[in-house]
Design a binder for this molecule. Structure first.
Ligand code: PMP
Length: 393
């Protein structure tokens, strides 16, 4: 049996967008680096050099996943740190870039650094999205096409973590560059789920998260096009590791696991994408067959494979998830702030009102998800929704 598979008596895991279990190949690759080959990759002796070689291979594997150059990969603790490094590093006090654009639907790890920068004198402009979550070139052009602006940075999530919409990156990159700006792409959700190529996209920076692509948590990367690296102000100062851009000892076992996950993702991405699309289609068809009323949130086709954001009208997502908890683990689009549930900023940005936004559940599938599990999950969902409707009369 695949050890990634959950024990039979557990609820079904349908929350792969929040994290993925490390693949068997990943765990196997990591274990020696937790045992006898463990060493500091920045040490000059035999053990250190052996670890440094493993780090080189991991860097190559991560670069290969996105069609980049190994020297462009800066290992970080995850995508949150990589997003912080990209934004704060490029829009630093000493640099010439002083303007940041980002969509209303971005992940908090872009929104919060933007808020911080705005307090530090950087001009931050929000980009409105369409009701599908897409940013179109016309919107971006209108936002950029104003006179007298200094060069800046456009930060953009590729696949949205809540609603799954995929942005049309090459067209947006072309637009950004036409106005002399750089493009940073948050690919935490899309890497490994869809093929990625930094050169074809023509972006300047990209962040990745290992634990979203069947690697270990605690590591990620910021890809920085090599000739841009001297414009990036490090945010962690110390021993000068990662070309001086991110000080701190790189954990070899995590980097090796990330590298193994990247290699596997590259090998499997086409087959995984097709399978995930099929699983999503099976889930939606089963819901229709059960006569469950639902609305697919996000873009109908330009979306992350295996990612469904669904609104069940008249059904509070929290109530539904509570009823479903013994059977399956999924998540809502609601963010809990200071103990108070508030509608997700992403759903509100699409134009959903508070009530509609509180009726949205995210189901995300992964390599271990099986069609028969999904049919069962849909049956449970239909029964739970029926009970909620009965209760509310
Ligand atoms: N960006 C996006 C789009 C994400 O979905 C996430 C994780 N939810 C992050 C960034 C942060 O990733 P990490 O957990 O590696 O810090």
């Amino acid at each position: 049996m695949n050890s990634m598979a959950a024990p039979a008596n557990e609820p079904l895991y349908l929350d792969f967008a929040s994290t993925t279990p490390p693949a068997d190949e990943v765990v196997d690759a990591m274990l020696p680096w937790l045992r006898h080959t463990h060493a500091n990759p920045h040490s000059e002796h035999f053990h250190g050099r052996r670890a440094a070689l493993a780090l080189d291979s991991a860097r190559e594997a991560v670069a290969a996943l996105i069609g980049g150059q190994p020297e462009g990969v800066v290992f970080t603790s995850g995508a949150t740190e990589a997003n912080n490094l990209a934004l704060k590093g490029l829009l630093s006090a000493t640099g010439s870039r002083k303007h940041l654009w980002l969509a209303d639907t971005e992940h908090k790890s872009l929104r919060e650094p933007a808020r911080h920068l705005s307090g530090a004198g950087v001009m931050v402009t929000r980009l409105a999205v369409q009701s599908t979550g897409l940013i179109d070139v016309a919107t971006l052009t209108a936002a950029l096409d104003t006179p007298g602006r200094t060069p800046g940075l456009i930060a953009m999530g590729h696949g949205n973590n809540e609603i799954g919409t995929l942005q049309p990156l090459p067209a947006l990159a072309e637009c950004a560059h036409a106005y002399g700006h750089l493009l940073h792409v948050d690919a935490a959700q899309s890497a490994g789920r869809v093929p990625l190529d930094v050169e074809a996209i023509d972006c300047d920076l990209m962040c990745l998260s290992s634990h979203k692509l069947y690697g270990p948590a605690g590591i990620g990367a910021l890809y920085v096009v090599p000739d841009l690296q001297d414009q990036l102000e490090p945010q962690l100062h110390g021993g000068g590791q990662e070309g001086g851009l991110r000080s701190g000892t790189v954990p070899t076992f995590l980097a090796v696991g990330f590298g193994a996950a990247a290699t596997l993702a590259l090998q499997r991405v086409i087959q995984d994408t097709e399978r995930q699309q099929r699983l999503a289609a099976v889930f939606l068809a089963a819901l229709s067959a059960q006569r469950v009323a639902f609305q697919l949130i996000g873009h109908p086709t330009q979306r992350l494979p295996g990612h469904l954001s669904l609104r069940f009208p008249g059904v509070e997502a929290e109530d539904l998830l509570a009823l479903l908890a013994p059977a399956l683990s999924a998540s809502t689009g609601a963010a809990c702030a200071a103990g108070e549930l508030r509608a997700s900023h992403v759903l509100r940005a699409l134009g959903l009102d508070e009530r509609a936004a509180s009726e949205v559940i995210r189901f995300t599938f992964g390599r271990t998800t099986r069609e028969e599990d999904l049919r069962l999950a849909v049956e449970c969902t239909a029964v739970a929704i029926g009970r909620i409707h009965e209760r509310s009369g």
